[in-house]
Design a protein around this ligand. Structure first.
Ligand code: ZN
Ligand code: ZN
Length: 358
């Protein structure tokens, strides 16, 4: 963990910052290892300080990387920033612009006065998080393996007659029993026409023979997320459902084949999107092809028409095309992959041919 702070310090000069204040807890965890709910980091070329309040002093002693000076502070942690900041001359102080509240920003300004100029840190820590080290990839792969096994357990017990909520709960329990801290997000189980909503919430409605059911789920392990979607047929599916499944699968495989370092997020999205559009379903794929996954379930880079990201080796991304046929059914297939120099390595282990379950 400690080399992450080193790399951050190297970037301060390029960003024309004297110091960086990190308040987003995911970023704080990435830099220090701290998992509590109140902590901040102040970094400059000479300082590596971590501040937390009395509730977390013991936890911080166990978790926080030894390269950081641990500073006990009041509940209002921003007061500690004023004490930690060098006072000889005013500094350009970067902050987590995407995460700091308007109120905290005003408070910080008031506390620091003319000792610091506050500058949006423009995602410096997020940029480091883009490239996962082997340990991080290992945790994401382990989370994905838990999710895979849990899914097989739930499918093995049959689907017809179980409600979406029961199935979502069964998946969650199966993941927790295998060591997951929690699901990565609210699990989606959506049968029949409900599957046409990309972010459907599980209902107290039983899935029926003849329906497609969309499952989108993941596990959190050691803070790292996994993300997977499979669409399963309950009993024999209709012709239209089979057709659409085949198109989404083809688009998903083509998207996977396009993922490699140097590829750009927009072009990879297009590879899958063009296949779906050519089959006449362009209007029915309304979201991006994929997103980065790590300490957050949605992080950089993005695979979408609005992305300007260029893929780098070591990023972990999803590839998840879908076709949503309103009032009828939806199909989405999502794998989690590690970007490599010549392609990608798929972390999801579940087969993608159309599965028919009773
Ligand atoms: Zn997902
Ligand atoms: Zn996803």
């Amino acid at each position: 963990v400690s080399e992450r702070a080193d790399r951050l310090v190297e970037q301060l000069a390029d960003a024309e910052l004297d110091a960086l204040l990190v308040t987003d807890l995911v970023n704080v965890r990435y830099l220090t290892g701290f998992t509590g709910s109140n902590g901040l980091v102040l970094i400059d070329s000479g300082t590596r300080a971590f501040a937390t309040d009395f509730r977390y002093v013991e936890q911080a002693a166990e978790e926080v990387d030894g390269s950081f000076e641990r500073v006990p502070a009041s509940l209002d942690l921003l007061e500690a920033v004023a004490e930690l900041l060098p006072s000889a001359q005013p500094v350009r102080l970067g902050f987590d612009g995407a995460h700091m509240s308007f109120r905290d920003h005003a408070r910080l300004k008031e506390l620091l006065g003319d000792r610091a100029e506050l500058v949006d840190g423009a995602g410096l820590v997020e940029r480091l998080r883009l490239v996962k080290d082997d340990g991080e990839v290992g945790k994401i792969a382990a989370a994905a393996a838990i999710a895979d096994e849990a899914f097989e357990e739930v499918l093995g017990e049959g689907l017809a007659g179980r409600t979406e909520r029961e199935l979502a709960l069964a998946l969650e329990l199966a993941m927790r029993r295998r060591g997951a801290t929690r699901p990565s997000f609210d699990i989606i189980v959506a049968g029949g026409p409900h599957g046409a909503l990309p972010h459907a919430r599980p209902r107290d409605v039983a899935v029926q023979p003849g329906e497609l059911v969309v499952f989108d789920w993941g596990a959190v392990l050691d803070g790292y997320h996994s993300d997977c979607t499979r669409t399963v047929a309950v009993g024999e599916p209709g012709e239209a459902a089979r057709d659409v499944y085949g198109i989404v699968r083809e688009a998903q495989l083509a998207g996977l084949a396009a993922v490699r370092a140097g590829g750009d997020g927009r072009a990879v999205d297009s590879v899958a999107r063009d296949i779906i559009a050519a089959a006449g379903h362009g209007e029915r794929f309304g979201h991006g092809l994929g997103h980065g996954v790590g300490l957050d379930i949605h992080e950089a880079p993005r695979l979408s028409q609005r992305s300007s990201d260029v893929l780098v080796a070591g990023s972990v991304v999803t590839v998840e095309p879908g076709i949503y046929v309103q009032n009828e059914f939806g199909v989405r297939i999502e794998d989690l992959v590690v970007v490599g120099d010549d392609g990608c390595r798929v972390l999801t282990g579940i087969d993608k041919s159309l599965r028919i379950v009773d």
